[in-house]
Design a protein around this ligand. Sequence first.
Ligand SMILES: [Mn+2]
Length: 348
Amino acid sequence: MKLSFRWYGESDRISLEYISQIPNMYSVVTAVYDVPVGEVWPRENIARLKKLTEDAGLKFEVIESVPVHEDIKLGLPTRDKYIEAYKENIRRLGEAGVKCICYNFMPVFDWTRTQLDKVAKDGSTSLVYYTEQLEKMDPLNGELSLPGWDSSYKKEDLKHLFEQYKLVDEEKLFENLKYFLEQIIPVCEEADVNMAIHPDDPPWPIFGLPRIITNEKNIDRFLKLVDSKRNGLTFCTGSLGADPNNDLVKMVDKYSKMGRIHFMHVRNIKILNNGFEETAHDNTYGSLDIIGIMRVLVDNGFDGYLRPDHGRMIWGETGKPGYGLYDRALGASYLNGVWEALEEERRK
Ligand SMILES: [Mn+2]
């Protein structure tokens, strides 16, 4: 297991020095953030991130994300130029020593929560998803702003996008994903880079838009679209775990044995009748069997990247919701401890 930590580049309030002080920290997870979706990342931007990272004693091996242009997801004729740009990004990142690229194939919206600062009894705040809040949200009224959300969309652009997606159902989205993978996976073989798709978060359709990376059946289908080890997963426990029908321990066991998990996002959530709340990483705080998941990873000799995922805001910290330092560092330490104990147990 190679422990990693998301860093939002030079504008991140959390320094690389702080990240490197977390025990057992191996690599940053970052991206070039100032280039529009669909364009080629300048070599000098990549080189700068790499230098800053390595100067701090960390590896520059994981990118999250190289975003996929909507035209690719929609399957428009213009997709080919964006796929060419994507390929060039894979080559450039491979040259810079990147081993794993996380991306997602969610139409329009990235991860979605209905509230970013739900206060818990202990005064910490976290991200939550409540069905009744979602039902009141209208993405087309021009006022909605979400964390995983490209705020550069204008109201009219969004209306147009929603119109276009009326022609894209789950089958079509799978087809468009296959088209994309068939083009990029051979480039990954040459560039020695693994692609790791992030599951849809939450793992069900929202706002009438299709979602396909949601459960075991669909992930099986996804892996067969292009049956190469390069075509793999970011297994995000908090995303897939929001659907209680997903047996996470079984899925992690199966996909890690197949060598198809390149990147683990590990966090816990509490499942409610009307949605879910993000919690501390520890087993007892949420509904997910974090220890069971870590156990199969240890048993299967998982040597990919693993990072704590969203944290709560604690100790008065402010900043990017889900991406404070303190609770994610606690999460990393917890995951280290669990890993160490399980390895020790296995040796005996
Ligand atoms: Mn995740």
